[in-house]
Design a protein around this ligand. Structure first.
Ligand code: M6R
Length: 368
């Protein structure tokens, strides 16, 4: 049941703290990260020399986020690729390659075929999946389940946040196996993840502010999303949510690319959502983004800024400021995505669309 909500998606947005807590639970015992199923040896995990993340849609965005953490923690090169592209080129795979297949349903045809291709080439496959016993985990060498619970809304919300957390656990498991992180460092990273359900709970206090904003900008022709570093995939995810729910033209950009083309799109009244990094965690990127915002505002854009609470430098350039709690840089997507989910859902509702069943889309895409 929708639990008193107008649409399932809002209920699922509000379930995100619980989805995160359930995904973390049981995956760190006696000081070690534990996978749910492991049919490869610890030695094989240690020997991994390259990682691919393959997935579609939001799951792909969760991989883009995780690349920053996995490379940082393991010093392994990580490529993130759309499953539908991966197997139609000739990716360089061997027994020391780990392919992480991320799929909420575990039945997505493109991701399943990517898994089969990887295994034919002798790569090891680790599935991150929300559905117990689905085809993708069945055909994988190792599995880490996201315990987000069933997701009814076609637009992924709680499964997406859970995928980010699970991908991070995969990164820590690899760092642990390879010894690129000491046990106490792994424990510290895990403790930071464990603090995230409470941080996401705090973000939920912005829901009414964002719904109100959504209603005010619902008749826009297009909305742009900008971010940098881990904020870039968040921008992509915000744009995808808006396309699929509100049938509105939306695009996510890396803010550093603005001057290489996208700034030409800025016109009077165009809403531009900017995902800010922390002024403390990423000071250099923060100041570059502040100058991006001032440039687009000067060209008439309506700036909607998602920023860390207490970030005063950004305030003068924000036509609308949505504050999220301060969290470590790599974990920011877990808080900054939430307002973008609410924004897309509310714009869709204001335009009279069915938020839970957007046109032309199925929850699980089992054909290529
Ligand atoms: O079940 P999967 O995680 O494999 O699904 C992948 C995509 O189809 C899915 O994330 C889709 O993009 C969502 N509708 C996005 O909200």
């Amino acid at each position: 049941e929708k639990g008193g909500h107008e649409y399932f998606m809002l209920k699922e947005i509000e379930e995100q703290p619980e989805a995160l807590a359930n995904t973390l639970r049981g995956h760190f015992e006696s000081g070690r990260i534990i996978l749910d199923e492991q049919r490869i040896s610890d030695q094989d995990l240690r020997d991994v020399d390259k990682v691919f993340v393959v997935a579609c849609g939001s799951a792909y965005h969760s991989g883009l986020v995780a690349k920053y953490a996995i490379e940082h923690w393991t010093r392994l090169p990580v490529e993130v690729e759309l499953a539908s592209e991966f197997r139609y080129r000739d990716p360089v795979l061997d027994r020391d390659t780990l392919v992480v297949a991320v799929s909420q349903s575990g039945e997505t045809a493109d991701t399943l075929e990517a898994v089969r291709h990887a295994r034919e080439q002798k790569a090891r496959v680790l599935a991150v999946c929300n559905t117990n016993g689905a085809q993708i985990p069945r055909e994988s060498d190792a599995v880490l389940y996201t315990h987000a619970g069933p997701e009814i809304g076609v637009a992924s919300t709680k499964a997406f946040l859970a995928q980010i957390a699970a991908n991070y656990l995969v990164g820590l498991a690899l760092a642990q196996a390879r010894g690129t992180k000491y046990p106490d460092e792994v424990a510290r990273e895990y403790a930071e993840l464990e603090a995230m359900p409470a941080a996401v709970q705090k973000v939920l206090s912005t829901v009414e502010q964002v719904r109100d904003l959504g209603r005010r900008i619902a008749d826009s022709k297009a909305i742009l999303f900008l971010g940098r570093h881990v904020g870039f995939p968040v921008a992509l995810e915000g744009a995808l949510k808006l396309k699929e729910l509100a049938y509105m033209h939306a695009e996510g950009f890396a803010a550093g690319e603005l001057k290489h083309g996208p700034i030409a799109l800025i016109e009077e009244g165009l809403p531009v959502v900017v995902v800010m990094p922390s002024p403390k965690g990423r000071a250099v990127l923060h100041s570059k983004l502040v100058s991006n915002i001032s440039e687009i505002q000067a060209r008439g854009a309506r700036t909607i800024v998602i920023a860390e609470e207490g970030d005063e430098t950004v305030r003068p350039f924000a036509d609308e400021l949505i504050e999220v709690p301060a969290v470590p840089t790599l974990l920011q997507p877990l808080v900054s995505t939430v307002p973008l989910q609410v924004l897309a859902a509310e714009i869709a509702r204001a335009r009279g669309y069915d938020v839970d069943k957007p046109r032309n889309l199925a929850k699980s895409v089992t054909v290529e």
